[in-house]
Design a protein. Structure first.
Length: 437
């Protein structure tokens, strides 16, 4: 063994991780601790030291039916005995066809064409490229910018970043390469409030001023997730649809976080009773098992692109239509209906209303919000991530707050007692000064 090999072999696994492995949005020079997961089952993450944590995060919004689910496992195993993957150029297969059929059937009317890709950010890139190619193909090449609202989050790749909130998306760092897009204020009339028509005024002005240079308007429907866990009024989304029609701008709806029941509707668009021209899906698509995303569009968008100069849509990932991912996605969608997802979400919402909303009266809490299976409290000061995380683990839960927000979005199979433990842990840390900055 070389000297380097000897040194490395003496590190424990966790030490190696800390020294060599990037984790998301964490410093490599003074990293936050990573907890070592050995396995996961149902709603529980089991740590290497034997401790079991109730997962309040669904592994970043993706797990629906719990970990290590026999039916999802079986779908993967069965598919793997046929083939795990084949290229999608010139080849096709049952798992992908079946999935696309389901997506066309379940999503809002008019979304008839499906483009499969690897991850949410890529699905957003695909949506943006579709919009640009569509405008070019209909002879409107000047329509090459995007319009969006502040507080948005659409992923970490470049086009996606260019429509993320300029502050939290750190636009200044990437200023030289990011597309220069147009930002309206975030919706301020919230879900459940009385609709205020003037909430749309500034956005309407921007449409009027800039429509000749705007290819598409992109927005997260009803829930602005990573940009602040804000739930806005469905009338806002309805108005967006109208403005897009009026100014020949495509409406891209990013349902990556909200899709498959999270908000109490199968897709959050349904709150506003609208169909977008393009829709992005990801996160829950495979029930949290494997990375997979989809971008759906209308026939008009697909036909116009295909009849344009390029003659086709210019994108094609290596792992497009991955058979393992499609097979587990099919099984996950079937389980949603077998398990009556509406009832599952309604049960979680009821627990959140009973247990989490009252935290609003705590001195440290500015606001508490609940929609479907999503519950969030916005604190007056930011959390101390390292201490609060450690406390949550001691309390037997996995909750990962960011900024001033402590939120949970548990797997749909969570029961009442587990909900009580999750929200109880939130209440406990609120009383602890060292968990906050
Ligand atoms: C998570 C997320 C994305 C990005 O998905 P990745 O799979 O992380 O690339 C895009 N849009 C929204 C709304 C998201 O929540």
């Amino acid at each position: 063994m070389s000297k380097k090999q000897t040194e490395e072999s003496q590190l424990t696994l966790l030490e190696f991780d800390k020294k060599h492995v990037w984790h998301p949005y964490t410093s490599m020079s003074s990293p936050l601790p990573s907890y070592h997961v050995e396995s996961a089952n149902g709603v529980y993450l089991k740590l290497a030291d034997g401790e079991k944590l109730i997962d309040g995060m669904s592994s970043w919004w993706s797990v629906l039916h719990g970990y290590n689910h026999p039916k999802l496992n079986a779908a993967l195993i069965e598919q793997s005995t046929k083939m795990s993957h084949v290229m999608f150029g010139g080849l096709t297969h049952n798992s992908a066809i079946e999935l696309c059929k389901k997506l066309v059937q379940l999503t809002p009317a008019g979304l008839d064409r499906v483009f499969l890709s690897d991850s949410g950010s890529v699905a957003v890139e695909v949506a943006i490229k579709m919009a640009l190619q569509f405008q070019q193909a209909q002879g409107k090449a000047d329509k090459a910018k995007l319009l969006t609202v502040r507080n948005g989050y659409h992923g970490d790749t470049f086009a996606a970043m260019s429509v993320c909130d300029p502050v939290t998306g750190m636009h200044q760092i990437f200023d030289k390469v990011l597309m220069k897009n147009i930002f309206a204020p975030a919706p301020s009339c919230m879900f459940g409030e009385t609709w205020q028509e003037n909430d749309i005024e500034k956005l309407a002005e921007l449409f009027e001023q800039h429509h000749s240079e705007i290819a598409a308007f992109i927005i997260e429907p009803i829930v602005q997730g990573t940009g602040g866990m804000r739930f806005y009024h469905p009338q806002y989304l309805k108005a967006c649809r109208k403005l897009c029609d009026q100014y020949d701008v495509l409406l891209i709806v990013d349902e990556i976080a909200t899709g498959f029941g999270r908000t109490g509707k199968l897709f959050a668009c349904e709150w506003a009773d609208i169909s977008p021209d393009i829709m992005c899906l990801g996160k829950t698509l495979t029930g949290g098992y494997i990375t997979l995303a989809a971008t759906l569009c209308s026939s008009i968008v697909a036909e116009t692109i295909s009849n344009g100069d390029a003659g086709c849509f210019m994108h094609g990932p290596t792992f497009m239509g991955n058979a393992l991912a499609c097979a587990v996605a099919n099984a996950s969608i079937d389980l949603l209906f077998e398990n009556n997802w509406q009832q599952q979400v309604a049960n979680i919402e009821q627990e959140l209303i009973t247990l989490l909303l009252p935290l609003k009266s705590h001195a440290r809490v500015k606001e508490a919000r609940v929609l479907g299976s999503i519950g969030a409290i916005e604190c007056i000061s930011p959390v101390n991530v390292a201490t609060i995380q450690k406390r949550f683990v001691e309390l037997g839960v996995w909750i990962r707050p960011f900024g001033k927000l402590i939120y949970i979005i548990p797997p749909l199979i969570i029961n009442k007692a587990q909900m009580k433990t999750l929200v109880g842990a939130m209440a406990t840390v609120l009383a602890e000064d060292n968990c906050f900055i």
